[in-house]
Each structure stands twice: as structure tokens, then as C-alpha cells.
Write a new protein. Structure first.
Length: 227
């Protein structure tokens, strides 16, 4: 089999395998939808009563979100940094020497060459090192909706924001749990106070497509590639 035929067979197998294997991809835009709470029906008025539900006048009210359907603003202050390094060096040396034994005061030899003389030398060494570093930063504001309230008062929040530009779309969505104590007087919460937070910032369009490698490149850099 010639070298050209071998290359042709290899490329054919790669294309066939990539067509049958679904490569892992991230979440597609549009799959997430914000939870819209049901709008409660207006209370039925009781004729003749002094107090009418829905017509109360509140002299003092807390503007902070606490009910299903209320909105609050999440201040994104996500910053992460991680680094790791490792280095290993090892060596080993072995030497064995066995001189010619003496018999009756004479060395065993044949033709002037010593017999049973043994000398072994060996050595090996290993050196390895590796390092990894990563940092991320996300700043911004996003207003979300209270999708549910737990018995202890904690609030389940969900929300998303889409920005349509002339060359594509960008979006950010977030979901998590917020304590009422962490809501600031201006009805904002910093993102590092959101429990079980899931924050996604991505986009689609020509700019986003230009920043993504092609399907063949993703195949060769995926864990499916044995090399």
C-alpha cells in the first residue's frame, strides 16, 4: 500500500467518524427562557365594607423585592483566578563491580585474561514540569424576576438580557437563590451573594462564529482524538 493511499484512507475514516459522533457543544441561545410568574386575578370587592382589598394606601413600604413577580438588579462582579505548577526531578545510578577471585594466591585467568570478572554500570533520570493558569472577569448589571419564594424567605431569581447588534446578538442570563438579607437598600444584589448561581454570557452571529473553530478542528482537539 502506497503512502498516498494510506493518507486517503485515514482522511476518509476521520470524515466518517466525525459524521457519526456528536461533539460536545455549549448551550444554544434561545434555550433558556425567563420564568414569568402568573399574574394574580384582582380581588373581588365586597360591597358595603369599609376596607376594600386592592385599594389600600401604604404610608411606608419597603421597595426591596420579596414576592413572586418582584424585580431586583444583580450586579455582576465575577472575578476568578487560578494557577497551578508542578515540577519533578529524579535520578538513579547503579554500579556493580566483581573482581577476579584468587585461588591459592593466584588470580583465575586464561591466556592472561581474568576470569569471572564482572562490572555493571547503569543510570537513569527523569525530569518533568507543568503549569496552568486561568483568569476570568465579568462586570455588568442585569435585572431579574423573583420566580419563587421558599418557606424560609429565600428567593429563586431568574432573568436574561438580549442585546441585538448589527453583526449578531449577545445575551446574558442568570439563575440562583438570594437571601432577603443580601438585598441592598437600592434593591440590588452582588452576584457573589447569589447561591447556586448559573451565569451564562455568550452570543451568536457573524462575530461569534468567527471566534469558533470549525467542526474538523473541534474533532482533532476533542477527547475523541487518540493522539
Amino acid at each position: 500500500m502506497t503512502f498516498k493511499k494510506l493518507i486517503l484512507i485515514t482522511v476518509t475514516v476521520v470524515f466518517a467518524s466525525s459524521a457519526c459522533v456528536r461533539l460536545p457543544t455549549g448551550p444554544e441561545p434561545g434555550q433558556y427562557q425567563a420564568a414569568l410568574p402568573p399574574i394574580p386575578e384582582p380581588p373581588v370587592a365586597a360591597p358595603g365594607a369599609i376596607y376594600q382589598p386592592g385599594h389600600d394606601l401604604r404610608l411606608f413600604d419597603d421597595p426591596k423585592a420579596r414576592r413572586v413577580g418582584d424585580v431586583l438588579t444583580i450586579r455582576l462582579v465575577e472575578r476568578t483566578a487560578a494557577s497551578k505548577s508542578a515540577s519533578t526531578d529524579s535520578s538513579r545510578t547503579t554500579a556493580i563491580t566483581n573482581a577476579t577471585p584468587n585461588v591459592a594466591g593466584n588470580n583465575l585467568s586464561a591466556g592472561g585474561n581474568p576470569l569471572l570478572e564482572l562490572e555493571v554500570d547503569g543510570s537513569n533520570s527523569f525530569s518533568g514540569s507543568g503549569s496552568s493558569s486561568q483568569s476570568n472577569q465579568l462586570d455588568g448589571l442585569i435585572t431579574v424576576t423573583v420566580a419563587g419564594v421558599y418557606p424560609n424567605g429565600n428567593m429563586l431569581i431568574r432573568g436574561e438580557k438580549w442585546i441585538t447588534l448589527n453583526q449578531g446578538q449577545e445575551y446574558v442570563n442568570i439563575t440562583g437563590i438570594v437571601r432577603p438579607q443580601d438585598v441592598l437598600p437600592d434593591n440590588t444584589v452582588v452576584s457573589n451573594r447569589v447561591a447556586d448561581a448559573r451565569i451564562t454570557y455568550s452570543g451568536k452571529g457573524s462575530v461569534a462564529n468567527a471566534n469558533k473553530p470549525g467542526w474538523l478542528t473541534r474533532f482533532f482537539t476533542s477527547p475523541l482524538w487518540p493522539m
